[in-house]
Design a binder for this molecule. Structure first.
Ligand code: F6P
Length: 489
């Protein structure tokens, strides 16, 4: 059955706003999707008339997609949002999502290939790349079917880099934007990719009218890659007037793709309301009991994933206990490390290392009445909010991160003020750097020192900094972030 062209605004992303689990009796239970992209896009709301096209991620999703057929999911499951979930063949999805997106593109943009994790571009990768192309084509087909004339389409992230060009071929009337939620690799690193893949990803995004990023730094790296790999021309602010400012567009093969920067901020209204609900209060009491009276807490909340640098964070905490014995028994590191992408061995192994090092620290330093690391691995949003409320210190030390919304959410929710230890390689550093304690994520010793400084910061200074951090963190809330992209197209 052909889908009527009804959508004036479309959003496309791998992960959608909802995911399903399939019960043994065939029942489907819907649950809100996680991650920064979903948090940002969820602000679209049902009234915008937008259709959100996403992929079925697991068996429950596939069943829901099959039941919906070519129609949208039951709006009761999606908060009223019109969602079309694509039932992509499991082997194609696995090769595109696990093989290309999360093993290769994710590693390139986060500079994660370091011995012993090296890139492998063999026959299996060639097959995975073919799957990635067909997975992107499935999105382009669905978007082309649903979009009304001159509709606006916002394509999200590295999973769907080929969609803008594919969609332009099918529907030249559309206005197409691509948004990257990841960092972008600098050219010398980007060129680890096979030449044809490196070029295809750039050509794919340049098929749109606009390519947008979370920070200026990632936009510049993208433009530099276009110049280095494709020989494209970079248009800069002030060009023609002897300028040479920031890159504003890329010209390639007779077309111009504008560049944009939209630093997604935290949703203060939602967070403040959500973090005061009874389920969060309940978890707050449990966490307080776990930490123990009179002790300080260092909190981190991450998906367990290599770019988040959780292991070095734990090593820095261990170093703190070693070099500053005055903190023993007086602080607990509350680490939420939620397993992610566990189909891939490299992510599973990392999760194991995180557990092992947390256990080692507890064995080395723990006493009868004190467990130095409280590691939680079961994803629980209400508990994360409770931890934001009580944190004395938040540790956000990624090797590289598109933005990192945790750094922005903590100051908004914090009750008594929270010192932020922040990696200079997180996108959030551009907006929060001044009031955070900034660290080089590879420098364990420096991170231990920053934790010490954060723990001994006076109450007054912590509260002042938190106020300024919260203001900077909420400058562009999700709804404004989304509207800014629409307007720019
Ligand atoms: O940074 C890219 C991103 O899409 C984030 O927006 C999101 O938090 C994360 O990756 C989700 O990854 P996955 O969908 O693989 O769990």
């Amino acid at each position: 059955m052909a889908v009527p062209r009804t959508a004036p605004i479309l959003v496309a992303s791998n992960r959608g706003p909802v995911s399903y689990t399939l019960g043994e009796d065939g029942s489907l239970t819907a649950r809100r999707g996680g991650g920064g992209l979903v948090s940002g896009l969820s602000a679209i709301g049902p009234d915008a008339g937008a259709v959100w096209v996403c992929a079925a991620l697991g068996e429950g999703d596939r069943e829901a997609a099959r039941r919906a057929g070519a129609s949208h999911l039951n709006p009761g499951d999606t908060g009223g949002q019109q969602v079309r979930m694509l039932d992509i063949a499991p082997d194609v999805f696995a090769a595109a999502y696990n093989g290309v997106a999360n093993s290769v593109l994710w590693f390139v943009h986060h500079l994660l290939y370091q011995t012993p994790v090296e890139p492998v571009f063999d026959a299996e990768f060639a097959e995975q790349w073919a799957a990635y192309e067909s997975y992107n084509a499935a999105f382009a087909d669905a978007l082309a079917q649903e979009a009304v004339d001159d509709a606006v389409v916002l394509v999200q992230d590295y999973h769907l880099a080929l969609v803008p060009a594919m969609l332009r071929e099918r529907r030249p009337d559309l206005r197409i934007g691509h948004f990257s939620h990841t960092p972008w690799a600098p050219p010398d690193y980007y060129r680890l990719l096979p030449d044809d893949v490196a070029a295809a990803v750039l050509r794919g995004i340049l098929g749109g009218d606009r390519a947008a990023f979370l920070t200026e730094r990632w936009a510049t790296a993208f433009a530099d890659c276009c110049a280095a790999v494709l020989g494209a021309e970079i248009v800069r602010a002030g060009d023609g007037e002897g300028g040479g400012g920031v890159a504003t567009a890329v010209r390639f093969e007779g077309r111009e793709t504008r560049l944009g920067v939209h630093g997604l901020g935290a949703d203060a209204d939602f967070l403040r309301e959500r973090s005061r609900r009874p389920d969060v209060d309940e978890r707050l009491s449990a966490l307080r009991a776990q930490i123990g009276p009179g002790r300080k807490s260092i909190v981190r909340v991450d998906r367990t994933e290599l770019s988040k640098n959780i292991v070095r964070g734990l090593l820095a905490y261990r170093r703190l206990l070693e070099t500053r014995p005055e903190w023993r028994e007086r602080v607990v590191h509350v680490a939420f490390a939620y397993p992610s992408r566990q189909d891939l061995a490299v992510y599973r192994d990392y999760t194991e290392r995180v557990r092992r090092i947390a256990d080692e620290i507890n064995d080395e330093y723990g006493t009868d009445g004190w467990t130095p690391v409280a590691l939680h691995v079961k994803d629980d949003f209400a508990r994360s909010l409770a931890a934001y409320r009580l944190a004395d210190v938040a540790l956000v030390n990624p090797i590289r991160d598109g933005m990192n919304l945790v750094a922005k959410e903590v100051p908004v929710v914090s009750e008594r003020g929270c010192a932020l230890v922040l990696s200079r390689e997180a996108g959030a550093y551009a907006e929060l750097g001044e009031d955070a304690l900034v660290v080089n994520p590879y420098d364990v010793e420096g991170t231990a020192r920053a934790l010490h400084e954060a723990l001994r910061m006076s109450d007054g200074e912590r509260a002042d900094r938190t106020k300024r951090l919260a203001a900077a963190a909420t400058a562009l809330p999700p709804q404004a972030w989304f509207l800014a992209q629409l307007r720019a197209l």
